[in-house]
Write a protein that binds this ligand. Structure first.
Ligand SMILES: Nc1ncnc2c1ncn2[C@@H]1O[C@H](COS(=O)(=O)NC(=O)[C@@H](N)CS)[C@@H](O)[C@H]1O
Ligand SMILES: [Zn+2]
Length: 483
C-alpha cells in the first residue's frame, strides 16, 4: 500500500481545510456577511448527491417532504419557554417591511419547531393521522458567537435537514428514534464515515427536549464533530402548541414528538476524514465524477488515444458511472494534480501502448496504486476498484476513530490523552451533574454524554468509582475537544 501523505492534513488541519474548500471549488467564503458562504458548482454537486440519499431514505421510511416559510412571528416563537431560552440569543430578527416597522416582529428560523407546530395542531386530529412524519432541507439562521468555520459552524446553515414527527405515545416516539438511528447508520456507511452515538447530558440536551442523542465523528486533529442529532420531545411542544389527537376511545391526548437534524457538516466530515495532502478523497457514492480518463498522446505514435479514451468513457457511462475525459491541452501531470485535489476516486490513464495492447491503467486516489487492466474487462474492473476504494476509506477512518477512543479511570490519565492526541476519553461517572461539570472543567473538554444505547453506557463499570466524588460509578462518560 503506497504511503499516503497526510501530515499537512492532520497537524495544520485548519489551514489545509480552509485552503482546500476554495482550491477544490466547494464554497467561496468571501461573501460579505460573516458566517455565510456561497456554494460553488462542484461543492453543490457533492452536497446534492448527499441530499439525494437523504431524500431516498425519507421516502423509504414514509416521511413526506414539506416546505415551511423561513419567517416566524414572535408570538409563535415565544410559545415554548424552554425552547426560547435555548435560542433567544441566537435568532436573527426582521423588524421592518420597507419603511414600516412590523407590528409583530419576525424571526428567521433557527430550526423549524416554532414554524411547524401550530400547523401540526391544525393538521393532526385523530390517531389515524399518526405517526405523522415530515421533513425539509432548507436554510436556517443562527447567530453563532463562537468561531465560525465554513460548512462546520456557519450562521446561515444552508443545507439544514430537519425531520419532525408526531406519535400516539412515548413508545412509538422511541421507535422513531430507533428508525432515525438506522437511517443515520445507512447514511454514514454511504459516506464511509464511522461514528459514535452518545446520549447528551441533561445540561446539554436540545432546548425543549426530554433527551438528545448526538452522532460524533473523529476529525483529523483529534477533535470530534457532531454531524447529526436526534431528539425525543415527549409532549413538551405538543402542550405548548396544543397538538392533540382523538384516541380510539374518543379521548384527547397530546402527541409525543421527535426531531432528527443534520446539515452541510456531513460534507465537512467527508472532506476532513477522508482527505490527504493531495486534497479531497471522495467516496465514489457522492463523487460528481467517479472516473476521470486522461489520454496521454505521444507525438510520433500514430494511434488515437483520444478516440480510445472516449470509447471507454462511453462504455462506462452506459454502465451507469459518472465519467469525464480530460482532453485539455496541458501536461498529464497537471491533470492528475487537478483531479486529485477534487477527490475523483479513480483515474484511468491511456497512452499509445495501451491502445495497441487494448489495456488501461487504473490509478486509485486513496492509495495512489496503479494497476493495468484489460480493455474488455473495464466495466467490472472499475466497479470492483470503486467498491474497494469505498471499503478502504471506511476501514481507514474506522481505525483512526477507534485508535482515538481511550478508556481511563482517572482525571490524570484523561488529561494525558488530551495532551497527546486528544480524541474521546471514556471515564467512569456517578451520573451526578456536578461531577460531570467538574470533569468538563478539569479536562477543558465537553461531555459528549454516555454511550448509547443504555446497556453500552454501563459496560465495564463494575467496581469503578467516580473520579470526582469517589462514589459508585453508574455510567461511562465520554469527553472530547469538539468543533
Ligand atoms: N452553526 C451550524 N453550522 C452547521 N451545522 C450546524 C450548526 N448548528 C447545528 N448544526 C448541525 O445541525 C444539526 C441539528 O441541529 S441541532 O440544533 O442539533 N438540532 C435541531 O435543530 C433540532 N431541531 C433537530 S432538527 C446538528 O447535529 C449539527 O450537525
Ligand atoms: Zn461523582
Amino acid at each position: 500500500m503506497a504511503k499516503v501523505k497526510r501530515e499537512k492534513w492532520s497537524n495544520e488541519f485548519s489551514e489545509w481545510y480552509n485552503e482546500l474548500l476554495e482550491t477544490a471549488g466547494i464554497i467561496d467564503k468571501r461573501y460579505p456577511v460573516k458566517g455565510m458562504n456561497v456554494w460553488l458548482p462542484y461543492g453543490l454537486k457533492i452536497m446534492r448527491n448527499i441530499e439525494k440519499f437523504i431524500h431516498s431514505e425519507m421516502a423509504r421510511t414514509g416521511h413526506e417532504e414539506v416546505l415551511f416559510p423561513a419567517l416566524i412571528p414572535e408570538t409563535e416563537f415565544q410559545k415554548e419557554a424552554e425552547h426560547i431560552k435555548g435560542f433567544e440569543d441566537e435568532v436573527y430578527w426582521v423588524t421592518h417591511a420597507g419603511l414600516d416597522p412590523l407590528d409583530v416582529r419576525l424571526i428567521l428560523r433557527p430550526t423549524s419547531e416554532t414554524a411547524m407546530y401550530s400547523m401540526f395542531s391544525l393538521w393532526i386530529r385523530s390517531h389515524a393521522d399518526l405517526p405523522f412524519k415530515v421533513y425539509q432541507i432548507v436554510n436556517v439562521y443562527r447567530y453563532e458567537t463562537k468561531h465560525t468555520r465554513p460548512l462546520i459552524r456557519v450562521r446561515e446553515i444552508s443545507r439544514f435537514f430537519e425531520a419532525h414527527t408526531a406519535h400516539v405515545d412515548f413508545e412509538d416516539a422511541e421507535r422513531q428514534i430507533k428508525e432515525d438511528l438506522e437511517i443515520f447508520d445507512r447514511l454514514a456507511k454511504f459516506l464511509a464515515l464511522p461514528y459514535v452515538i452518545s446520549r447528551r447530558p441533561d445540561w446539554d440536551k436540545f432546548p425543549g427536549a426530554f433527551y438528545s442523542l448526538g452522532a460524533e465523528i473523529m476529525m483529523p486533529d483529534g477533535r470530534t464533530l457532531q454531524i447529526g442529532t436526534m431528539h425525543n420531545y415527549k409532549q413538551n411542544f405538543a402542550k405548548a402548541y396544543n397538538i392533540q389527537y382523538e384516541t380510539e376511545t374518543g379521548d384527547h391526548e397530546y402527541v409525543h414528538q421527535t426531531t432528527f437534524g443534520m446539515s452541510e457538516r456531513l460534507l465537512a466530515a467527508v472532506i476532513a476524514v477522508h482527505g490527504d495532502d493531495s486534497g479531497m478523497v471522495l467516496p465514489p457514492t457522492i463523487a460528481p465524477i467517479q472516473v476521470v480518463i486522461v489520454p496521454i498522446p505521444k507525438k510520433d505514435a500514430n494511434v488515437d488515444v483520444f478516440a480510445y479514451a472516449r470509447e471507454i468513457a462511453e462504455e462506462l457511462g452506459k454502465a451507469g458511472f459518472r465519467v469525464h475525459v480530460d482532453e485539455r491541452d496541458i501536461r498529464p501531470g497537471r491533470k492528475y494534480y487537478d483531479w486529485e485535489l477534487k477527490g475523483v476516486p479513480l483515474r484511468i490513464e491511456v497512452g499509445p501502448r495501451d491502445v495497441e495492447g487494448r489495456k488501461a491503467v487504473l490509478a486509485r486516489r486513496d492509495t495512489f496504486e496503479k494497476v493495468t487492466v484489460e480493455r474488455d474487462a473495464i466495466v467490472e474492473e472499475v466497479k470492483k476498484t470503486l467498491d474497494a476504494i469505498h471499503e478502504n476509506l471506511y476501514q481507514r477512518a474506522k481505525e483512526f476513530l477507534e485508535s482515538h477512543i481511550k478508556r481511563v479511570d482517572t482525571i490524570e490519565e484523561a488529561k494525558a490523552v488530551f495532551e497527546d492526541r486528544r480524541g474521546i476519553v471514556e471515564i467512569p461517572w456517578c451520573g451526578d451533574e456536578e461531577c460531570g461539570l467538574k470533569m468538563e472543567e478539569e479536562l477543558d473538554a465537553k461531555m459528549l454524554g454516555t454511550p448509547y444505547p443504555e446497556e453500552k453506557a454501563r459496560e465495564g463499570i463494575e467496581g469503578k468509582k467516580c473520579p470526582v466524588c469517589g462514589r459508585e460509578a453508574k455510567f461511562i462518560a465520554r469527553f472530547a475537544r469538539t468543533y
